[in-house]
Design a protein around this ligand. Structure first.
Ligand code: UDP
Length: 430
């Protein structure tokens, strides 16, 4: 039956779509990472502003309840689409019809007008949002998080190119979304230049960091809790273990540093926190093997993923957090580390150029030559004065990125999109 969107202006409830990964999942392994943290943090801040969020995600276990209250005003809705476990992200496009049907059925059980706006995350969710938007007569706001065309331009060794079906799917979402949210101006440029997004529909909203969880604290106490020696030089990698994140670059740089200065072996610790993901899942012991091959197993400490809130201890314990990604839409890890007062050495790619102030709150390195990384890391480890100055600047830089600001900007995007849609009432015939 056709529906006519009529003049409502305030956002009361958002339908957030997150098909391939649940906000209830532990970030840092598999498909769960920054996007999960983003969705949870934004939903909580929107709830504080009086805006409810219902997050639709795929049911990944038989015994999951239909709904879970994540926080007051934040509800997770499990949608059955495909087998509960063991369905790769790459195969999920075949389940989108089932997923969208679950979303539409849920809404149909309520009075019309339950959702004021849809916010979809990642292209698979954008496909679902596309149909739901037309059915409900509400605007679709979409965030890409990563883009196939960008990824394919910056492939790491051993990484597979993203398939054409994803490229086409993303192009479709760009065409139909009422607003596209880009994490940084650089991402906005990519949406416009690579995907032909109309400039007026692209808005930059920086992601944030939880400034209550991630704040400076005593290094020695943090190290004692993690079993790290007080006098060690600690280089930290946090994130999913996959070629895209470039952990190999860190290990190779460490090997290089040890070659140049064998005495460093007594003090160096390279800690990697996170589990395998994407292509990395096919070779879960890759980092163990690489450390052995490079002869640095004794300085490398591999840790399974830790709950998001507990990561602050790792950042405080580290001298430098290393983010050698080949591509990064933003890089929440870089912000979290800086919020804890730990400088970052990051690749000069994508959102990391915004997340890190080069030469001020950390260093940006061009390319992935281990020699360049070894030089930058050595500079940070050796120069205490520089590190102390960067530590202060890191805290100040991160303080400008609270999640409340992200949520407030998104609420503006939602109301803007709603106002525009209602100026031109849309009749949808399905
Ligand atoms: N993370 C976590 N536990 C871990 C490893 C990572 O909670 O063991 C979180 C980390 O705090 C960050 C997110 O996972 O918020 C990773 O986000 P980022 O933007 O750095 O990378 P993405 O996963 O989006 O590629």
């Amino acid at each position: 039956m056709p529906r006519l969107a009529v003049g409502r202006r305030r956002v009361n409830r958002v339908a957030t779509i997150s098909v391939h990964t649940s906000p209830l999942d532990q970030p840092g392994t598999g498909d769960a990472g920054g996007m999960n943290v983003y969705i949870v943090e934004v939903a909580k801040r929107l709830a504080e502003m009086g805006i409810e969020t219902e997050i639709f995600t795929r049911r990944t276990a038989r015994d999951l309840p239909p709904t879970v209250e994540l926080a007051p005003g934040v509800l997770v809705r499990h949608v059955t689409a495909g087998p509960y476990e063991e369905l790769d992200k790459e195969d999920l496009s075949g389940q989108l019809c089932a997923f969208v049907s679950g979303v539409l059925r849920t809404e149909a059980a309520f009075e019309p007008g339950r959702y004021d706006v849809i916010h979809s995350h990642y292209w698979l969710s954008g496909q679902v949002g596309w149909l739901a938007k037309e059915r409900w007569g509400v605007p679709l706001v979409h965030t890409m998080h990563t883009m196939a065309k960008v990824k394919n331009l910056l492939l790491a060794e051993g990484d597979r190119p993203e398939p054409t079906v994803r490229v086409l799917g993303e192009e479709q979402v760009v065409q139909v979304a009422d607003r596209l949210v880009a994490n940084t101006a650089a991402e906005a440029g990519e949406l416009i230049e690579l995907y032909g997004a109309p400039e007026e529909r692209v808005t930059v909203v920086n992601p944030g960091v939880n400034l209550t969880t991630f704040r400076p604290g005593p290094k020695d106490a943090a190290r004692a809790r993690l079993g790290l020696p007080p006098g060690a030089h600690v280089l930290l990698f946090v994130g999913r273990i996959q070629p895209l994140k470039g952990p190999d670059t860190l290990l190779r740089a460490a090997a290089r540093m040890l070659e140049e200065d064998p005495d460093l072996r007594r003090r160096l610790v390279v800690a990697c926190v996170g589990g395998p993901s994407g292509n990395g899942r096919a070779r879960p012991s890759h980092l163990v093997d690489l450390a052995a091959e490079l002869g640095i197993s004794d300085v490398v400490r591999l840790e399974p993923p830790v709950p998001h809130d507990e990561l602050a201890g790792w950042y405080r314990a580290a001298d430098v957090t290393v983010v050698p990604s080949h591509n990064e839409s933003f890089g929440l890890v870089a912000l979290e580390s800086q919020a804890c007062g730990t400088p970052v050495c990051a690749a000069a790619v994508g959102g990391l150029r915004t997340a890190v102030r080069d030469g001020v709150s950390g260093l940006l390195v061009e390319g992935h030559d281990p020699r360049d990384w070894a030089r930058a890391l050595r500079r940070l480890l050796d120069d205490h004065g520089l590190r102390a100055a960067m530590s202060r600047a890191a805290g100040e830089h991160a303080a400008a990125f609270g999640w409340s600001a992200t949520a407030a900007r998104l609420a503006e995007v939602y109301t803007g999109a709603m106002a525009e849609l209602h100026r031109t009432p849309v009749v949808v015939n399905l």
